[in-house]
Every structure is written in structure tokens, then in C-alpha cells.
Design a protein around this ligand. Sequence first.
Ligand code: AHR
Length: 632
Amino acid sequence: IQIDVDKPTTKIQPTMWGIFFEDINFAADGGLYAELVKNRSFEFAKPQMGWEVEKTNPDSFHFIITNRGTENPQNPRYASVKLNDNKSSLSLINEGFRGMGVKMSNTYHFSILASLTKGSDIALNVSLLDSNGEDIGSTTVDIQGEEWKKYEVSFVCSKTDPKAKLKLFFEGKGMVSFDMVSLFPNDTWKNRKGGLRADLVQKLADLNPGFFRFPGGCIVEGSDLDNRYQWKKTVGNVEDRTMIVNRWNTQFDHRPAPDYFQSFGLGFYEYFLLSEDIGAEPLPILNCGMACQFNTAEVVPVDELEPYVQDALDLIEFANGSTDTKWGKLRAEMGHPEPFNMKYIGVGNEQWGPQYFERYAIFEKAIMEKYPEISIISTTGPFPDDPFFKYAQDELQKYKAPIVDEHYYRAPQWFFDNATRYDNYDRNSYKIFAGEYAAQSVEVCSPDNTNNWQCALSEAAFMTGLERNADVVYMCSYAPLFAHVEGWQWRPDLIWFDNLNSLATPNYYVQQLFGVNSGTDLLSTKLENKDVIGQEGLFASSVWDADSKEVIIKVVNNNKEAKSTTLVLNSAKRFSSKAEMTVIGSTDLDVVNTLENPKNIVPVTKEIKVSGKQIIIDLDPYSFSVIRVKQK
Ligand code: AHR
């Protein structure tokens, strides 16, 4: 394999390898968002879902939910407990999101909005119960007065348990009303109050992502327009964010999730902050006036599109505007006076047909007029072999969208075969955002679909093709990102987790190996004068990293035998006599990582010899290798 080190062919975009976040598979509530209480504000379709009433003294209490309707449309419901005499008591148990994962010695912060009815005298004891119902940490809350107030208390947990529950024990006489019952661990990402699960954010940071796309996915569209994602309802005080049903609530019959709602505790401000924390460019995708075309396919009439377009303009103001502007001021009040420097905005997710382009044109005009510096991301809809895909590719030539989002969920062989996909793309047209892709071991979403090594290897081969076409391909992300092992709707997924632990799939390691070895300049990589695109089962690409002064070579060996290969560095430069080689591979193409055995297949790094400008290596059977050679 010959690498022309001294003749870089194009720049690698810093955004090349990124991540795609969507609240699917309980990725947000019950996942990344560390809130432990399910249905904390009683806004689920069934307001008591997640809560169980334990009656100690059946005749002497009542538990009701009141709907304030128009008085408080963002958060209409609250709960009340009425106790009839001094001996009365009542317990409410919250089951969490398939239990609450709690840890020994961790501090837990409990908060509640509450008000006492005049003349009431009620004590509240809060405790965590382990899976056997035993108390593993508790405290009391001293609720006083008729005015609604936020009460905050903390306590330490004495046991690790993945399936704990929260108990509220009310005792006394009178009536107490309450809302926003919340419990967070203290060990969130950066120890932020009301923050994110640190182990999951760390996994994102470790990918070294160039961009962070949010909030989806079909969730942007919603199953109908009422339930579309509206960013303005996800910012400001958490108690004022309007909860809605999640679009993945009932989509797939074999995994219905009637308890899947969006609290928006993880909202647009938090997404921008997270992008900043992990060093990724924020990439929000907005609804373009169309609900999910796989679902109701509801569209807003074109002459009523104005509020949708305004949402896009206001989002740019929220992210980048001065603190003197309405939305810039809100960003500052939320804790970030500095702009987020957002550069990209997506209009629509996976939308297709003339209805999309009619609406897209209006967005494009409005955004370009006011914010010409912003790059708009358009979409081709699903999937490469759909007739609408070709229609979109042609139609897009009429517009100015600099980057277009393409999605592919296909069998591993498709990914091997498509390592050349972008070789013949028009160099004078738009750039590509490979915004959602994942090899499918069997049918998409099937319970038997796994994150096995064959899928990951095929993605690695395909990604060498994305990298080889870095003059056209500007952004790439695997999808979906997260899945709760007990609450998924879609598989495969990059990172799996339960209430306490998380695991990296082989696909994750492939993404990571590209993300941390992205380099700055593309090099030509040839085998017998041809790009290495499957000859002898090999796929390869290489880059130069101007910062570390290293050549980085990526090679996939899709053979069941090891392959001895010579890498030749065509260069006037001199290289260190030792290089670093990281390999992930297995002859068992079905191997997967699990929470019980997370290291079945992981990358291993070793030192290898460089003889002048040549490196003789043995590529393991079915392996992906990354070799870094330093200039002397
Ligand atoms: O990643 C899962 C779904 O696949 C996304 O929501 C959608 O964009 C695509 O169809």
C-alpha cells in the first residue's frame, strides 16, 4: 500500500466525525438526563403513571391530581394528599425509569414544589427503598405555608442498587399540594445540579466528536405536528417546559413504550452546553412544517409556515445573539452570556417529496437573508434506493443548501460495496452529511439485530470511503446513539446502558478510532495504482495530522486469514523507527460486547517497527487497524 505523504489532496473538515443524539430508546429521560423520578410533574397521559399509592389507613385520606388548565398551560397538573386526622398517613412510591440506579455513599438531591392548605400540619419523609423495599437513605422535608415554594434536601445512600424506588411518606392532618418531585445524584457530569449522567457523557467525549447533532431524528418531526419538537418549549425554568409524548412511544409493536414522554429537562440550552463541553460544533435540526412521513405525514399549510420559520431565526438568536436581544437574554439568564457560536442549522429530518422543497425554500430564503453566515443542512429523505432520494438529489440543485443529509441503514455487504459511494459525486455540488448510518445484522429494529463485529467491520470499510472522499463528505454520524437495555425501540445502537452501567459496542470503537485519528489533510492511498477499495479484501485510507506531525493509516482486512502487507510512505520526510498500531478484530464475526462482558472485543495498541519509509505489518483476520507514524 503506497501512501503519498507529501502531497495532501484535501483538508479534512474538523466536523468530519461527529455524533447524532435522539431521544429514542430512553436516551434522554431515563438515560442521559439524570433525573430519577418518572412523571415528576404528573403530566403523563395517565397522570399517576409511575406512582403507586400505598394506603396505610384506607378511610382517612385522599390523593388527587388537579388540572390548572389555562392558568398554567406549560405545567397544568399537580398532586394533593389530604389527611383527615392526626393519625393519618399515606405513602407514594415512584418506580423510576425501570427502577432507579443508585450508588452507595452517593449524595442524592431531592426537591419538590409544595404548598400547604391553611391550618394543615403535615410532615414529609423522603426515602430511597432498595429492591427488597428496605430503607437505604432518607430525610425529612419541612413544608410550611400556603405559598408554593421549592424545597430542597439532600441525603446519602447506603447501598448500590439498580432498581431502587423513591418513597414519599406524608403524615399529619390537612392537605398538601405538590409538583415537580425530583431526585438527582450529585455525581452528574461536571457535578451540575439537575445535570446529565456522567458515564454516558464521558463516552460521548471519548469519541472526540467534531459535531453534536440534536434532537433527532424522527423526534424532530413528531408523530403529528402538535407533538413535534419545539425548542422554545424546552428552555427556561424546567418547571415551565411543556412535556409531550415521545414519538417513539408506540411506534414498533414489539416494543411499545406507553411510559415514554419528554420532560425536556434535557432541552436546547443543555444540548448547546453539552456540545461545548465535549468540543463539538452544535448542530440543531428543526421541524420544517412536516410531521413524520412514516407516521401521520401531517403538514402545515405553506401560508401558515411563518411560526416555524420564526423558530429557526429565533434559535440562531438564542445561540449567537447579543444579550440585548430577547433570545440572547434568555441564554444569558440561563447561565451562558457568551454566544454558543452555532454555525449549522438543519431544516427537516428525513423529509421527502415536493412538500418538503416547497417548505425548505421558505426557510432557506429567511435564514440566508438574516444570517448568511449560517450553513443550512437539507435532507434527501430515506434511503438511497428510494425514488424520492433521486428526486431530492435533482431538486437540491435549485437550492443553496451547502450540506445535505443522507441516511442508510443497510446490511453489512452494502457498506463494503459502498466504500466507493462518493467517488463519483459531483464535486461542484453540495457537500455530504452522512447523518445516520448503521449496518444491520438482520432486519432493522428486530430483537435479533445485534451490534456484532461484522457490522462494525463493514462500517469501518465504508468509513475509509467517506474519508477518501473528504473533499465531498463533511460530516458523518452513526445512529442511533444510545439504548437502554430494558427500554429500546430500535436496534442496533452505538452505546447501550442500564440504570448504572454503560457499554461500548464494537461499532463504538470503530467510530472512536476514526474520531481520535481524524487528522487534518487527506493523503492518497493506493494499491497497484488504485485507491484501496476492496482489492484482496482490503480497504484503506490515510491522513496527515499537521498538529502532531504524524501519518495516520487506517486499514480494514475483510479476510478470514491474516494478511502480510507493506505500507510504503512516499515522502521526503524522515520518520521515527517506531510506530503505534491499534487493532480491533475477531474471527468470530458474531461477537458482541454486553454489560456482563463489555470487553469481548476491544482495540489493542502495540508498537511496530518502521524501516526507513516502509512498515511491514500483519493485518489480523477480520480486523481494523490504525497505524500512526511520527515524522522525525
Ligand atoms: O435513528 C432512528 C431513526 O431512523 C431516526 O429517527 C430517523 O431519522 C431514521 O428513520
